[in-house]
Design a protein around this ligand. Sequence first.
Ligand code: BGP
Length: 477
Amino acid sequence: MSKHSFPEGFLWGGAIAANQAEGAYLEDGKGLTLVDLLPTGQKRWDVMLGKLDSFTPLEGEFYPSHEAIDFYHRYQEDVALLAEMGFKAFRLSISWARIFPNGDDPEPNEKGLQFYDDLFDELLKYNIQPVVTMAHFDVPVHLIESYGGWRSRKLVGLFETYAKTILSRYKDKVKYWMTFNEINMLLHLPFVGAGLVFKEGENKKQIQYQAAHHQLVASSLAVKACHELIPDAKIGCMLAAGATYPYTCHPNDVFEAMTKDRESFFFIDVQSRGEYPGYAKRFFRDHNIVIDMEEGDEALLKNHTVDYIGFSYYASRVTSTDPEVLKNITSGNVFGSVENPYLEKSEWGWTIDPKGFRTTANQLYDRYQKPLFVVENGLGAVDDVTLEGEINDEYRIDYLRKHIAEMAEAIADGVDIIGYTSWGPIDVVSASTGEMKKRYGYIYVDRDNEGKGSLKRMKKKSFHWYKKVIETNGEKR
Ligand code: BGP
């Protein structure tokens, strides 16, 4: 395959989220967030899907976010390793509950603010650009108990206060922002995405789309605040992307694939084009959904659109309208997909589709004509440490190499991509399974599913490989 080059200043790096890395879940005044209450095992899925009748703190073993990889205390060592790989950018999220422990406190928590100040200083010391997600699956628990999470309009104002607080505090240190991580996840994991729990008999779709409206308005308010407070910053949205293929060329399948993609594009259509698309309005009519909008919402959405499109890409999906075919849905990934006979899968059943990455990037660029930022991509796999202490993760290198090659192709297609932060450059807790054994990193963390292990960091084979990729701006891969 011919090699195409990456633009100068391309932001190579990696991405993590507060709740999957920091640990220290109650330290220095932090309040509880929804992930702190996710148990391990089957019950986890019920909670994530919002299936519980009422929200009560659960008993049992908890998602290892309580300690995670202890990034809160070890970030200096970790940042030094990222710097050794030559990172240009590091995406991380701020935990809302570190800044406002209950989400609605009158004053921010200074110790929480200080932690991110120190972390940003550490990154900037090595010329690593922080790329900050304001909300990554961690609504403060108090907001769920008191207001029902994002179903309440109240959260819009609270989020705006939080956004303005962090924007003003870090205005000299952070130039890349994004509002809600994988905003479309609200439709698939409503508890995780928006702190939603449903009561028996409720119209779930109504509640989800009303919550979506609140997040979209909150996102616009954050964009507005960012542009006012930090004129030289860029603020984007973040979509869990992945092209949907029709199972056959039957026109019904083709239309269904488009419809599935639009379920996700809906969010970005509002955040980037600034208005509710016609297909969404029709969907609302067909499903008796009535969005309660306040005066001024539409103007706000229109006037404060995002500067770039952030997205994660792990896999593509296949859909069909044939009930027989639909019996073959695999549930490895939250999106669910009909088996694709042409593709291999990861150990967790996620399809591996580098070409789909190029397709997705092209689709997004065709649709929005704004710079794209690939803020998550990678392979979750079990890693073995040899007796010599080596981790030979050739499979990970192979996945990333192929995806980077297709990203180069997309750039050659004319797609404007400004950066690539692969997921979990240092192993973190898995969002979907709560496990440690599903690893994405270039840096291994000695910790297992039961929370045992020294937390020692070790370089994997991919560490040296990715260093070379960055050093040569993607030429050597
Ligand atoms: C995305 C999330 C991340 C992340 C990643 C990998 O959906 O934004 O938080 O964890 O997927 O998923 P998992 O950890 O479930 O393998």
